[in-house]
Design a protein around this ligand. Structure first.
Ligand SMILES: [Zn+2]
Ligand SMILES: [Zn+2]
Length: 611
C-alpha cells in the first residue's frame, strides 16, 4: 500500500479549522494572525496559479511570513491604527487586514478566487505541488479537488504527463501525507470544551449509563484528530438514535446498533461506540491508546499467555477481566497508568517497577505567576484578575504585564509601571488579609541582543520577573541560545517564559540549545515555564520531562489575558502531566512562604511583597 493511502483513504477531507468558525474572540487570539497569514499565503498561490506578476505574489508571501512572526494580535494592532508598522504591510494590505478584523472576510481575495474551484485552491497548500504543476494538472487531468487528484495518481494518468517521473510522483505523495496530517488536527484547547459539552449532553440521555471520551483527547495531546466516545447503555440502538439528535451534532455520517459516526460543531468527527458493561474498561483502554502503548502492552500480555483487546483480557477463551481499566493493568501486574503517560515513553517499564511519577494535578496549584491586565494587553483590570484568583482559591497571583518594547501590546514604560505599582499597593491595602497575595511582576522582553527590556534597578523592584523572547524569532541557534543564557544569568529573572517561542499551528519553535538552557536555569535557580495558553503549551511534554529529570525548577503559568483564560491553566497542567511532572519542582505548587523565599533568593533584591 502506498504510504499516503494510510492517511484516511476515502475519508472526506476537512477544511482547516479557523478560530472564526468557532467564534473564538478576535482579540488575544493568535489564530487570528494565522488566519490572515493563511489568506495572504493563499492569495500568493492563487496569483501564481493565474500566472500573475511575481512582485505582487512575493508581497503577499512576505506579508504572511511577517504576520507569523508577530507577537501581538492583529485586532489589537488594527484598533491602535499601527498596522502599517508591521514589516511588509503597506497601505493596501493594512486595509485588507482591517476588513478581515471587521468582517472576517476579504473581498479582494474572494474576487481573485472567483472561477477557481474551491477544492483546487485547497490543493495549492500541498507541499511540492507548485502552482504551475497544478495548472497543468487541472488542464490535462481535470484535477479540481482532492478526490480527483487522488484518482489521477491512482489511475496513472499523472505518469503520462511530461516531466512526471516516479520520483516526482513519490514526492507529491509525501507532500499530500504531510498536508493531510497537518490539516486534520485541532488544538486540545479548542477540542476539549467541545468534547466536554458532548459528554455532558450524552450523560443527560436517560438510556446512557456512562459516557467517556477516549483517544488523544483523554491523553491530552496538544492537538487531536478525530474523537472517540464510549458509552454504556442497556438499549444502545435507541440510545444512539437519541445521541445523534443532540443539538451539538451537525451531521450524522453513520448510525448503527452499537456505533454512530457524527460531525459535531467545529467540524470534528466523533465515533460513539456502545460497549457492553463487562468490556467497558478494556474498550476505554484500547481506544485511549496510544497505539505504541497498546502494542507494547499486548506484547507483554502475550508473554504471559494473555490476549488483550477491546473486549477484555483473555486466557484462551476465558475472560479474566475488562470491566474497568484497573483490571486490565492489574492483570499485567501493574498499577493503572494515567492516560497522559500512555505514549510508550518508558511508562510501562516504570509501572512494572512501581516507579510511576505522582503526577501534578490542577488542585496542586497555589497560584498563577504569568497573567496580563488592562495595564498592557489584557482585558480584565488588575482588581478583576485578583478577584478571580481569589475565586480560584489561589494563595498568590503575579500580574506580569509586558515591557515597553512590546509597543503594540501596550508594554509599560517606567511611568506606567510606577502607576501599576501604586495601584497594587492600594489594592493590597484595600484587601487587607484577604488572599491572594498580589505580586507585582512583568513579562520582560529578552531583546535581540540578550539584554532585558527594563534596567536592573527596575527589575529589582519587581516581585516576579518572567523573561521571554517576543521578537527576532529566527536567530541562529548559537545567537538565540546566547541570548536566552544572558537573560537567565540576570539575577532578577525568576522564570523563563514560553521557552520554545512556538505557537501551535502558527509558529515553529525557536532554535535553542535546550540542554544548555536547562543547565543554566538550574545553576541560576530560574524556573522554566510550561505556558498553559492553549496556543503555546511550551515547554513541550518531552522538554518538561527532560528538565525535571535534570533537576530544573518549573512554573506553570496561564498567560491569561482575561479572567476566563486563567482557568485555562489546566492545559498547562495537562501538558505537565504528559511530561511526567510531579508537584515538587513546580514553584507555583509551593505555599507562599516558600515561594517568597525563592523569589527573594538574591540578597540584593528588594522584594516589596506584603507577606
Ligand atoms: Zn509572552
Ligand atoms: Zn504573557
Amino acid at each position: 500500500m502506498e504510504a499516503w493511502k494510510l492517511a484516511r483513504d476515502g475519508a472526506s477531507v476537512r477544511a482547516p479549522l479557523l478560530a472564526s468558525d468557532l467564534h473564538l474572540p478576535m482579540k488575544n487570539n493568535p489564530m487570528l494572525n494565522e488566519e490572515v497569514a493563511r489568506i495572504f499565503e493563499n492569495m500568493a498561490r492563487v496569483l501564481a496559479f493565474k500566472g500573475q506578476d511575481r512582485f505582487r505574489i512575493m508581497a503577499y508571501e512576505r506579508a504572511a511570513v511577517s504576520l507569523r512572526d508577530l507577537e501581538e494580535d492583529l485586532a489589537v494592532i488594527a484598533e491602535a491604527g499601527h498596522l502599517q508598522e508591521i514589516p511588509g504591510i503597506g497601505h493596501d494590505l493594512a486595509e485588507m487586514i482591517e476588513e478581515y478584523v471587521k468582517t472576517r472576510s476579504i473581498r479582494r481575495y474572494q474576487r481573485e478566487c472567483r472561477g477557481i474551484p474551491e477544492g483546487l485552491i485547497e490543493l495549492m497548500a500541498i507541499p511540492g505541488l507548485g502552482p504551475k504543476t497544478l495548472a497543468l494538472l487541472s488542464k490535462r487531468c481535470r484535477v479540481k479537488d482532492f478526490d480527483s487528484l487522488k484518482q489521477a495518481i491512482d489511475k496513472g494518468t499523472l505518469s503520462r504527463l511530461p516531466g512526471f517521473g516516479q520520483k516526482k510522483i513519490d514526492n507529491l505523495r509525501r507532500g499530500i501525507d504531510l498536508w493531510l496530517g497537518g490539516k486534520q488536527r485541532m488544538l486540545l484547547g479548542v477540542a476539549m470544551p467541545l468534547a466536554e459539552d458532548l459528554l455532558e449532553n450524552l450523560r443527560k440521555i436517560r438510556l446512557v449509563e456512562r459516557a467517556d471520551v477516549a483517544g488523544s483527547i483523554r491523553r491530552r495531546r496538544e492537538t487531536i484528530g478525530d474523537m472517540d466516545v464510549l458509552i454504556i447503555s442497556r438499549d444502545s440502538p435507541r440510545a444512539l438514535e437519541q445521541a445523534v439528535k443532540l443539538p451539538v451534532v451537525k451531521q450524522v455520517l453513520a448510525l448503527g446498533d452499537t456505533r454512530a459516526t457524527v460531525m459535531i460543531e467545529g467540524g470534528i468527527q466523533v465515533d460513539i461506540r456502545s460497549m457492553p458493561e463487562e468490556s467497558y474498561g478494556a474498550a476505554l483502554q484500547y481506544f485511549t491508546g496510544s497505539k505504541q502503548h497498546n502494542v507494547h502492552l499486548r506484547l507483554l500480555g502475550r508473554e504471559r499467555g494473555l490476549k488483550i483487546n477491546e473486549y477484555g483480557v483473555f486466557r484462551g477463551n476465558k475472560r479474566l477481566g475488562g470491566k474497568d481499566e484497573n483490571e486490565v493493568y492489574g492483570l499485567l501486574k501493574m498499577p493503572l497508568i494515567a492516560p497522559e503517560l500512555r505514549e510508550d515513553r518508558g511508562e510501562i517499564e516504570a509501572a512494572l517497577e512501581e516507579r510511576l511519577p505522582k503526577l501534578i494535578d490542577v488542585g496542586d496549584l497555589k497560584g498563577d505567576l504569568h497573567t496580563h491586565t488592562t495595564f498592557s494587553d489584557g482585558k480584565a483590570t488588575l482588581e478583576e484578575m485578583v478577584e478571580h484568583a481569589a475565586e480560584l482559591g489561589y494563595e498568590y497571583i503575579a500580574l506580569t504585564d509586558h515591557s515597553p518594547s512590546e509597543r503594540i501590546a501596550r508594554g509599560l514604560d517606567l511611568d506606567r509601571l510606577e502607576q501599576k505599582m501604586e495601584e497594587i499597593e492600594r489594592l493590597r491595602k484595600k484587601r487587607g488579609n484577604r488572599k491572594p497575595h498580589i505580586l507585582c511582576g512583568a513579562e520582560v522582553d529578552i531583546l535581540a541582543d540578550g539584554k532585558l527590556d527594563y534596567p536592573d534597578e527596575i527589575l529589582a523592584r519587581l516581585d516576579v520577573v518572567v523573561a521571554a523572547v517576543h521578537s527576532a524569532f529566527r536567530q541562529a541557534r548559537d545567537r538565540m541560545t546566547g541570548r536566552v543564557l544572558d537573560a537567565i544569568a540576570n539575577q532578577h529573572v525568576d522564570i523563563l517564559g514560553h521557552p520554545g517561542g512556538r505557537q501551535l499551528g502558527a509558529r515553529e519553535p525557536v532554535e535553542l540549545d535546550f540542554e544548555r538552557v536547562v543547565a543554566a536555569a538550574i545553576k541560576a535557580g530560574v524556573a522554566l515555564e510550561i505556558n498553559g495558553s492553549m496556543y503555546r503549551l511550551d515547554l513541550t511534554d518531552v522538554q518538561a520531562k527532560a528538565a525535571q529529570a535534570a533537576g530544573a525548577l518549573l512554573a506553570i503559568g496561564s498567560d491569561a489575558h482575561s479572567t476566563p483564560q486563567m482557568d485555562q491553566i489546566r492545559f498547562g497542567v495537562y501538558q505537565a502531566r504528559r511530561g511526567w511532572i510531579e508537584p515538587r519542582p513546580v514553584v507555583n505548587t509551593w505555599p507562599f512562604a516558600r515561594l517568597h523565599r525563592w523569589l527573594a533568593r538574591h540578597a540584593t533584591r528588594r522584594h516589596a511583597i506584603s507577606a
